[in-house]
Write a protein that binds this ligand. Sequence first.
Ligand code: ACO
Length: 312
Amino acid sequence: MGTGIIGIGRELPEKILTNFDLEKMVDTNDEWIRTRTGIEERRIADDNTDTSDIALAAAKKAIDDAGIHPEDIDMIMVATVTPDQSFPSVACMIQEKLGAKKAAAMDLSAACAGFMYGMITAQQFIDTGVYKYILVVGVEKLSKITNWEDRNTAVLFGDGAGAAVLGKVSEGRGILSFELGADGSGGKHLYLDEEDYIYMNGREVFKFAVRQMGESSENVLVKAGLSKEDVDFLIPHQANIRIMEASRQRLNLPEEKLSKTVHKYGNTSAASIPISLVEELEAGKIKDDDVLVMVGFGGGLTWGAIAMRWGR
Ligand code: ACO
């Protein structure tokens, strides 16, 4: 049997911040944001909602979807760069609120590649038979580390969470191959500055992202013994539509095989891949035995990709 996703859920704050709202906050305009990034609006959590609240809501949906009980969960991993506080971890906070009494719990820091890192770490415990069910959450409240006076970054980010329960799935389904990587020498291009705001060298990150997303997507296909024609859906990290389009073209995929949620939610970092996956499933676009390629990149610099055959 393979290891795959047996339940999934997402949570997005209700408040919508549009490009037109941003026009009133910084020197920018809807046309610039849409054409350069593909973003039209993003969700922003209110002051009373912290990262763990968004994570908890997504986690509950994933556990329900999996048809298991919180007490069945062996481990919780939360990928985030915006925890409520440095410790206790968000994973411990939701462990208590879920009542996942026997679960080990930890946070994981790999920025926008965090959900890929979490999935692959979980896979190792399940493949070896050590654990049966692992909850992996990608969650961010990026609004709290966004400098709302800096137009270079304020227009890009949003809040949200996606969660998945991993467990055993039928032979031939689940994670087929993966690639994880990091290049610490690129840390200077994307980091939390001394004022606790996101600093980003957009052009450098853009170049890295286009190169790495393409390479990693191809690499996981080769490792899985698949070709580009086998891919049914590409679910890239939703940072910028131009980066996502470059990845799609590198895999020679038609437009309808690219998952797109960036226009609605902006860049939600570790949450963007699972949020997109849920949206495609709800829209009925992903069927059992479809081949999915998920690929993310982020601060660190980090990257991660997974080829997966969908289904339990
Ligand atoms: N509104 C209007 N003008 C703007 C804005 C804005 N919001 N932001 C920048 N500009 C201006 C710049 O000042 C610049 O003006 P200048 O030519 O007079 O200097 C001009 O627009 C062009 O700027 P560029 O940086 O060349 O724009 P580019 O086409 O590269 O797009 C962007 C910028 C969208 C940031 C792009 O570089 C990008 O998407 N980079 C990757 C970002 C990314 O993926 N980040 C992931 C972070 S994930 C994480 O870890 C949280």
